[in-house]
Ligand binder design. Structure first.
Ligand code: HEC
Ligand code: HEC
Length: 349
């Protein structure tokens, strides 16, 4: 099913790119509320802002679409069903796997949507390489919104309000899928989460960390930093971190079709990680303590297990209970309360 998807997506991308190349970028909005700002301690964004600069109208349209169940087959599911602000736009903690139309259970845990503007690839397996194309998957997957892109566009054109909003945002007379996708991206790229206790400490904004948190940071850098590196706490690689010996969900191999990638998943960002339980692509662990215990004692062997988790013939990462607690104390400093309560990301329509 995923392979068909790739072929369809490839075609979809080609079409969208043709339209993007020919469209005129609207004027950027002078109001800073709707301007994309790169946090000082972050890397350069990967999103192609030149093709789709954020405007107030585009952002607000994207927000309306994000919260609108019209995007699903039976009008029951919006993006917000699986990506909610209180958990940094990951799923509700009650849903280990995502729940779509007709309460169909998906195969993976919904990731946080924080900091999408900085991600080079999307999904647990990197199956989509541009943010604009991610929603196609959500809309058309039978266990998510189970609708077609064409139907969504028809519904938007027949709606009393949307055509005007598209005209205001993009200057177009008709709603088309590329603009719908661009509007959703304008909303999502603005979801920058960079105001955690850790960030304020890191940027020298007068915030201090407790001695446990500081020790945790150092332990984290030494023991976890080879994969969860940089300010987004991921090196964006695909790795097998030993949660299983066999993988019904083959992960990266579903995209690369290379046996050496079976069981490898994207190293996830750990920003807001205290909010995004349960953990791993398949929601295998309920708490951060379970995750730490996994790395210390539960790493399982398999052909593709990452070399860094089997050093000197020993599986896992050597950590005492005390060290695990300190790492958790550090991970909790990555929670950004401002992001959770930012009214720009709340449904106002
Ligand atoms: C039924 C639940 C569900 C709905 C509805 C849903 N998503 Fe998702 N979303 C997921 C899951 C699960 C994943 C991870 C998929 C994977 O890795 O294969 C995901 C992944 C994503 C990602 C990539 C995140 C990353 O870190 O790679 C983005 C962006 C996203 N969704 C945006 C949206 C948008 C926009 C909508 C509405 C058009 C939407 N989602 C609707 C469940 C959902
Ligand atoms: C070999 C690379 C590697 C190392 C080292 C590593 N991780 Fe991970 N981590 C991963 C990968 C890959 C995943 C996703 C696996 C999956 O979903 O199946 C992950 C997932 C996680 C998650 C779940 C996040 C979520 O959103 O579900 C947490 C939390 C985590 N790691 C914390 C740590 C901590 C703490 C350490 C150090 C003790 C550590 N990791 C060391 C590669 C690594």
């Amino acid at each position: 099913m995923r392979k068909n998807w790739n072929a369809r997506l490839a075609w979809g991308w080609a079409c969208v790119l043709m339209v993007l190349a020919s469209c005129k970028a609207p004027q950027e909005n002078p109001d800073n509320t709707y301007a994309f700002v790169k946090p000082a301690n972050f890397p350069e964004p990967t999103y192609t802002f030149d093709n789709n600069p954020v405007t107030k109208e585009g952002f607000l349209l994207g927000r309306r679409l994000f919260f609108d169940p019209l995007l699903s087959r039976d009008g029951s599911v919006s993006c917000n069903n699986c990506h909610i602000q209180s958990t940094a736009f990951a799923d509700s903690q009650q849903h280990p796997l995502s729940i779509g139309v007709d309460n169909r259970v998906g195969i993976r845990n919904s990731p946080s949507l924080a900091n999408m503007a900085f991600m080079p690839e999307f999904f647990w397996d990197g199956g989509v390489t541009h943010l604009d194309f991610v929603p196609i998957n959500a809309i058309e997957a039978s266990f998510e919104m189970d609708e077609t892109l064409a139907n969504v566009v028809a519904k938007l054109n027949a709606d009393p309000t949307y055509p005007t909003l598209f005209k205001e945002a993009f200057g177009v007379e008709k709603v088309t899928s590329p603009y719908m996708l661009q509007a959703l991206s304008q909303f999502m790229v603005m979801m920058v989460s960079a105001n955690s206790k850790y960030d304020k400490y890191k940027r020298g904004e007068g915030q201090t960390l407790t001695s446990d948190e500081l020790e945790g940071l150092q332990l984290f850098q030494a023991k976890c930093g080879s994969c969860h590196s940089g300010e987004l706490f991921t090196d964006f690689s695909y790795r097998n971190n030993g949660i299983s010996t066999t993988f019904s969900d083959e992960g990266r191999a579903r995209i690369s079709e290379f046996a050496g990638d079976i069981g490898k998943f994207r190293v996830p960002s750990l920003r807001n990680v205290a909010l995004t339980a349960p953990y791993m692509h398949n929601a295998r662990f309920r708490t951060l303590a379970d995750v730490l215990q996994h790395y210390a004692e539960g790493v399982k062997p398999s052909a593709t297990l990452d070399a860094s988790l089997q050093k000197d013939g020993k599986l896992g990462i050597a950590m005492t209970q005390d060290e695990q607690q300190k790492i958790i104390a550090f991970l909790r400093t990555l929670t950004d309360q401002d992001f959770r309560s930012d009214t720009r990301f709340q449904n106002a329509d």
